[in-house]
Design a protein around this ligand. Sequence first.
Ligand SMILES: [Zn+2]
Length: 222
Amino acid sequence: MTSVEGISEVQDVAYMLSVVRITKVVDCWLWDQNANNGFSVATVKTAMRQNAYGHPGQGMRWESWVPIKVNALVWRLEKERIPTRVELVKRKLNLPSVNCPMCNVGEETVNHIFVACGFAFGVWSKVWSWCRLVPASSNTIEDLKTWQDFSSVAGKGKRIVRCVIMVTCWAIWKERNKKVFHNSDPKVIKVVAVVKAMSFLWLKARSNIDKIDWVKYPLYML
Ligand SMILES: [Zn+2]
């Protein structure tokens, strides 16, 4: 397995398994939601939404306009379940450094790699400039959740902004993995190009947006 995505997935799985605790309790199936009506997928979805996003307006919602892998990454990012160097060392992995591979200045926490890092800042700045939006604050993962509610954007625009945020997170993590596993040369402009191209392709395939000027300005049709 030599592809960046392959190596990254193996590391992800190893990380997820590292938090599993095996006990002597006999395995069993449990379903305690709405027991009178039995099991249903709809009830599971409702329970998951309530559990993940108990407070309306907070948290990124599952977004059908982007692939499952992007949704899953953002969900794990919010839960801080991403195998950054700091998280791996917490789980007893012996790494030579916990410094961010992109800037080599801060420690690679989830907050750092996606928001606080100079590299991430460069990406977000270009993405916001493309969307003609100016976020009020951009220092923490919490800010990601508020960015999706730009008051100047309405209706379908909010959904597009949410998708762009999710795709940007995915593109930053992909570039980080290329650097870590293939020692590539990270470039802000490359990541922004990926955000523009992939968000267009995915939204075109999954939504009714079909405009050729997307790359100039994604919210122009609103
Ligand atoms: Zn950094």
